[in-house]
Design a protein around this ligand. Structure first.
Ligand code: UDP
Length: 326
């Protein structure tokens, strides 16, 4: 059985939907940002905190867990600057308890959700895993701290791990049963689609004077089901003993500006967006685009879905999950 910590969240729930085809799954979630509606009914659901030793002991005693996949983190850059304690507490301290308890029960395989934010402000157009990590906010630092802990735990205690550094996860499951849902919503694609559904008055474009061809930020958007597939390949690489430790980027290798994303949403939906140009959002690098060659070469994974397919899937889901902001 595989323990999915944070399986009621956006990315965790999409992973569960794919993984359940291969493995039995236990989900641990405290529903702080996840939703009951996202949890696949074929899982065993334990409600609790990943930093709660008693809950973890219960799980490791009662279920034959052979690996843990960890999706339960706070992930808003702005909030991490305002409230770093929350980020070090939830993302680092609670993860330390999880790792320590896993090892006590001899569970030694771990897949960790990390982020492009560990790179800080990159100096190259295409970021590979050899680029220096120099995060510029507490969110990115909290993720890098766990990466460092994993390296040390691997050497000292024989922990096997794979770190997956996501670029911009987006899109929804092909069934349109689950999709991207945050409260409050801060991510670009859901905000655009909510606007095009009449649930928001306008879209604010944060910064038009970046050093990019159209002045708006460039990001690498990756479909959440492609992310899920990468996790399953990584899990099998650990379980088969093909890998003991690894760090991989997960992206499409193509960058799109905020303006291009809005245009693609207009094209997919056939609707016109009302845009307002706004100040830069603090902490946003101009360009973040991944090279995912390493995981392709070592595990044979690459992203299958392009930006248009990402938006089409998200649009199908958004049309059936109406959410009107106050
Ligand atoms: N963005 C924007 N308006 C919004 C939300 C986001 O212009 O209402 C921009 C944001 O500044 C960034 C890009 O869209 O350049 C992607 O932001 P998102 O929050 O989706 O992901 P992030 O890159 O922060 O992980």
């Amino acid at each position: 059985m595989i323990l999915i910590v944070g399986g009621a969240g956006y990315i965790g729930s999409h992973l569960v939907k794919e993984l359940i085809k291969f493995e039995k799954v236990v989900v641990l979630d405290n529903f702080s940002t996840g939703f009951h509606t996202l949890v696949d009914s074929r899982t065993i659901l334990v409600e609790g905190n990943l930093g709660d030793e008693n809950v973890l002991k219960y799980i490791f005693t009662n279920y034959p867990i052979k690996a843990v996949m960890h999706f339960a983190a706070n992930s808003l850059v702005g909030e991490s600057v305002q409230n770093p304690y929350k980020y070090y507490e939830n993302n680092v301290s609670a993860t330390l308890t999880l790792l320590n308890t896993m090892l006590r029960y001899n569970v030694k395989n771990f897949i960790f959700s990390s982020t492009a934010a560990t790179y800080g402000i990159p100096t190259v157009d295409l970021i590979d895993e050899e680029q220096p990590t120099n995060p510029i906010n507490p969110y990115g630092r909290s993720k890098l701290m766990v990466e460092n802990i994993l390296e040390d735990f691997s050497k000292a205690y024989g922990l096997n791990y794979i770190v997956l550094r996501y670029f911009n996860a987006a899109g929804a499951h092909e069934s349109a049963e689950i999709g991207e849902s945050h409260d409050p919503e801060t991510h670009l694609i859901p905000i655009i689609l909510q606007h095009l559904l009449g649930q928001r008055e306008k879209i604010s474009v944060f910064g038009t004077d970046y050093d990019t061809p159209d002045g708006t930020c460039i990001r690498d958007y990756i479909h959440v089901t492609d992310l899920a597939t990468a996790h399953i390949k990584a899990l099998h690489a650990l379980l088969d003993g093909q890998k003991q430790t690894a760090v991989y980027n997960l992206g499409n290798g193509k960058g799109y500006s905020v303006k291009e994303v809005i245009e693609t949403c207009e094209k997919v939906t056939g609707k016109h967006a009302n845009i307002e140009f706004a100040e830069r959002r603090p902490g946003d690098p101009a360009r973040l685009v991944a090279s995912s060659n390493k995981i392709f070469e070592e595990l044979g994974w690459k992203a299958e879905r392009n930006l248009e397919q990402i938006i089409e899937s998200a649009w199908r889901w958004h049309q059936r999950t109406v959410k009107v902001d106050a």
